[in-house]
Design a protein around this ligand. Structure first.
Ligand SMILES: Cc1cc2nc3c(=O)[nH]c(=O)nc-3n(C[C@H](O)[C@H](O)[C@H](O)COP(=O)(O)OP(=O)(O)OC[C@H]3O[C@@H](n4cnc5c(N)ncnc54)[C@H](O)[C@@H]3O)c2cc1C
Length: 352
């Protein structure tokens, strides 16, 4: 049995950032992740807004290219271009750098280590087949959309977008992202995000909601690639495939007793765009700092500050995205009429 001040479960952007911050004031921090190789497989379209780099210390190696604008295509062919400065990341490198930064600050990082269960104050982990018990003073659940830690406090995402993405060659380089709305992408959208000579092309949809959506997601995305090929944007050659679940039920209760949830585990993902890296990093920072403070002053009730701090920054934005998603799904039949109220590129999205 081992003791630590703070156990962080999940070494994605949220967990690694939380662990790094928590270790800064001298807390003994364990950071565990079930993956053998951090950052793999990549389950992300890899776009982040430029401002995020003010929040996180990463090397240029994490960035594949700059993005200037976003083009949003509607079903009727209308295209709107908006200023949307950002970066396309190499998430493999990004996730690994964040975890290594934490390890360099003294965090005890363990990969291939599954967080299994909790009994009383003991957390059972399985490190490459070896079972162990950890007794932490604080637990930070940063274990993604299907959080195990969230189950311990009855706080779990209940609604998801299923996303599938292929990496394909680009016909010519692009310094903009493209978003496509189409009835076939039920409850979501299609994307074409450039990555140098290649592109991430994918779609996120609500599966199993509408009976007309009996075409498999893989077929939907393959047809989308064919459409983009006809428009001379990409080549119809599939280099790799990835996907995952994006939580869209909105922000969850993120604290109980000595447990904090952060990132996708806390439903801090935007329910309309599906973007969650900025929230994972910023809320991870707050969670780590407050957990570190609680250890330093020896008072677990300090953890309550976490909820207020992250909600002050993100509540309005996340709540708006949740309401817009409800509106989008219940009016999908009139997509053309309502889409501007449901996408961040349009003024109508921000109107009450
Ligand atoms: C297809 C797709 C495209 C996306 N595109 C974008 C995008 O372009 N931009 C953007 O901002 N966001 C995007 N997102 C969302 C973004 O990927 C997430 O919001 C972000 O990764 C959340 O970070 P996190 O640290 O909370 O969780 P994660 O990155 O999911 O990390 C959780 C970690 O916990 C580990 N873990 C889980 N369970 C356990 C356990 N029991 N024990 C130990 N370890 C565990 C996992 O192995 C994982 O490493 C996309 C998501 C998907 C699925």
């Amino acid at each position: 049995m081992q003791h630590c001040d703070i156990l962080v479960v999940g070494a994605g952007p949220a967990g690694s950032t939380a662990a790094l911050e928590a270790a800064k004031n001298g807390s003994r921090v364990f950071l565990i992740d079930k993956r053998r190789i951090l950052g793999e497989p990549v389950q992300c379209a890899e776009f982040v807004p430029k401002l995020l780099l003010n929040e996180v210390d990463i090397s240029r190696k994490c960035i594949v290219q700059d993005v200037k604008t976003m083009k949003t295509y509607l079903q009727n062919g209308e295209c709107t271009e908006t200023y949307s400065p950002g970066y396309m990341l190499n998430r493999k490198i990004f996730d690994r750098e964040l975890a290594m930064n934490a390890a360099e600050k003294g965090v005890d990082l363990r990969v291939n280590t599954l967080c299994v269960s909790k009994l009383g104050n003991k957390v059972a982990i399985n490190e490459g087949g070896k079972k162990e018990l950890i007794v932490p003073k604080v637990i930070i659940g940063a274990d993604g959309s299907r959080s195990t830690v969230g189950q311990w406090i009855n706080s779990n995402n209940s609604d998801f977008i299923t996303a599938l993405q292929y990496s394909v060659p680009l016909v010519s380089s692009m310094d903009f992202t493209e978003i496509y709305f189409d009835k076939r992408f039920y409850g979501g959208y299609g994307w074409l995000f450039p990555k140098g000579k290649f592109a991430n092309v994918g779609a996120g949809v609500k599966l199993g909601v509408k009976s007309e959506l009996n075409t498999s997601l893989s077929l939907i995305v393959k047809r989308f690639v064919t459409f983009l090929e006809k428009n001379e944007k990409v080549e119809n050659t599939f280099l790799s495939k990835t996907g995952g679940l994006i939580p869209v039920s909105g922000p969850l209760n993120s604290i109980k007793d000595n447990i904090l949830l952060v990132g996708d585990a806390a439903g801090q993902t935007n329910a309309i765009t599906g973007g969650g890296i900025p929230q994972a990093i910023i809320c991870g920072k707050i969670a780590g700092q407050i957990a570190g403070k609680a250890i330093q002053v020896g008072d677990i009730s300090v953890l309550e500050e976490y909820k207020y701090e992250w909600q002050t920054i993100f509540w309005n934005e996340l709540n708006r995205s949740k309401l817009r998603r409800q509106f989008l799904e219940s009016n999908w039949g009139q997509l053309d009429k309502i889409v501007k109220k449901c996408w961040t590129a349009f003024r109508e999205y921000y109107e009450e």
